[in-house]
Design a protein around this ligand. Structure first.
Ligand SMILES: Cc1cc2nc3c(=O)[nH]c(=O)nc-3n(C[C@H](O)[C@H](O)[C@H](O)COP(=O)(O)OP(=O)(O)OC[C@H]3O[C@@H](n4cnc5c(N)ncnc54)[C@H](O)[C@@H]3O)c2cc1C
Length: 446
């Protein structure tokens, strides 16, 4: 008997279609033929079977944050798991089972009730699924590793035979290669994750800081930050954002798992070498800290072009001048360059131990633009593409969670020497390339 879609099904003529189809990035938005909001694993299984039996193109979606809208398509089926959000915690074992549709805000709040934390990203509406499968960088990375470094297992719906589907578990001991691929190989490539098991960390209070400089301090502030942030105590993870000149704002923020006094000491080199116009330091319960790093604007749908890369060595004076030039000539005042420190625990795992390859990078960085309806997207896209190109001598590799269709050598850029192994996993799990989109991992015969 033919499989039917089960769960909450939304069609284009339904009143909630517009909300149901809208992803975070409004630039090049898409119009699917049907969206199924799965309520449990059986709905996911049925959705994949349905798509395969009918030979309908489909995409998998969770938090809707894909920069390139890889989680949505025109005409086909969107298998959305964002209504599967249960979180349970085992405090004795420090583990948590989390349904894969949960977003970061829900995960952080749920774990905090038990005094536990999972290292993840900042904005609340980012989906745990996409974030984890591509790596997961955030303000606890240097002390607890990437989100995927804390992954213990997944339940995942994968293709079976000619036109069916099955649920499998993957852990370090079972379906090991698939598990390896789920730790940084990128979302949407192998199957639909329905549940994660994570190691979680006891946490209580943390200390956070914010430091600000005028734009004319850019060279000094940036150089001091980049030579300090990846090398300081690994309990401290920080970021710096260089804004368009018209904003006259450069700021650094960070989170230290320890006291305010210790943090003050750690910040000394940064303060001594620069001339911050403002410094704020506070010790707060951990829930206040993740609330602080969640910028509400980042959760609202917007028109944007973002791209990123990794930095393996401090950027020399020439590269810093290029960043400055671009920030003096932005298409509007919202353009910025944002960077976060890595190393610490991220570097304690080898580049091939998980599918997340860029273990030895010191910094992850993004070039950001946002614009309003009616403004010409071309100006913003060109600014990002040109900045990428000019900075390429000083950067190496890209983060699969910040995908960019303008990256031509994306297999090497995202995955380095892990790409071949990922293709082997793909060939075994999804030989017919059922899960495919621009920049998805191809099986060997594609
Ligand atoms: C405002 C904003 C803030 C961000 N902050 C951070 C940050 O702090 N740290 C960081 O590391 N990254 C960050 N990111 C990047 C983020 O990690 C990626 O965009 C990630 O892919 C988002 O996942 P999602 O589930 O929200 O998105 P979606 O668009 O739903 O999915 C992203 C990809 O994962 C696939 N996918 C989704 N659900 C599943 C599933 N259940 N099984 C298999 N594949 C699935 C999709 O098919 C798609 O290819 C941010 C992005 C934005 C837009």
């Amino acid at each position: 008997m033919a499989t039917k879609l089960t769960g909450r099904v939304v069609h284009p003529d339904d009143p909630d279609y517009s909300e149901a189809r809208t992803n975070l990035n409004l630039y090049r938005s898409k119009f699917p033929g049907v969206i199924v909001f799965c309520q449990d694993e059986m709905d996911v299984l049925n959705a994949l079977k349905y798509a395969r039996e009918k030979d309908i193109p489909f995409r998998v979606r969770s938090g809707r944050h894909s920069y390139q809208n890889f989680s949505i398509l025109n005409k086909g089926l969107v298998i959305d798991i964002s209504e599967m959000t249960k979180v349970s915690v085992n405090v004795n074992r420090n583990t948590s089972d989390i349904e894969a549709g949960a977003d970061l805000g829900h995960v952080y709040q749920s774990l905090w009730k038990y005094g536990r934390a999972l290292p993840g990203g900042t904005e609340y509406s980012v989906g745990l699924a996409g974030l984890t499968l591509g790596g997961g960088i955030g303000y606890l990375s240097r002390i607890f590793g990437l989100t995927c470094d804390n992954l213990l297992g997944v339940r995942i719906v994968i293709p079976k035979g000619e036109d069916s589907a099955q649920v499998v578990e993957a852990t370090r001991w079972k379906n090991r290669e698939l598990f390896w691929a789920c730790c940084g190989g990128g979302g949407g490539n192998f199957g639909i994750v329905t549940q994660f098991k994570f190691r979680v960390h006891p946490i209580d209070t943390v200390s956070i800081y914010r430091m600000e400089w005028d734009f004319d301090q850019l060279e000094k502030a940036y150089d001091a930050w980049q030579n300090w942030a990846p090398f300081t105590d690994e309990k401290l993870t920080s970021s710096i954002e260089l804004h368009a000149k018209s904003q006259n704002l450069i700021f650094s923020e960070g989170q230290y798992v320890g006291s305010k006094e210790e943090l003050k000491k750690l910040l000394k080199p940064l303060v001594k070498e620069t001339d911050p116009r403002k410094i704020q330091i506070a010790t707060v319960p951990f829930n206040k800290a993740f609330d602080y790093f969640n910028y509400p604007a980042g959760n609202e749908p917007a028109y944007f072009k973002r791209s990123g890369s990794f930095i393996y060595e401090p950027i020399p004076e020439r590269g810093i001048q290029i960043m400055k030039k671009f920030l003096e000539n932005t298409p509007n005042e919202n353009a910025s360059i944002w960077q976060q420190s890595l190393a610490g625990k991220v570097q304690s795992v080898s580049p091939t131990e998980t599918a997340f390859y860029h273990r030895n990078a010191l910094i992850a960085q993004e070039y950001n633009t946002t614009w309003n309806k009616g403004e010409d997207a071309k100006d913003f896209v060109e600014w990002v593409v040109a900045l990428r190109k000019h900075m390429s001598p000083y950067t190496k590799g890209d983060y699969v969670n910040w995908p960019d269709l303008s990256i031509r050598d994306w297999p090497t850029s995202y995955y380095g020497e892990n790409f071949d192994r990922l293709r082997k996993v793909k060939t075994r799990i999804d030989p017919m390339n059922v899960f495919n989109f621009k920049q998805s991992i191809p099986p060997f015969w594609r």
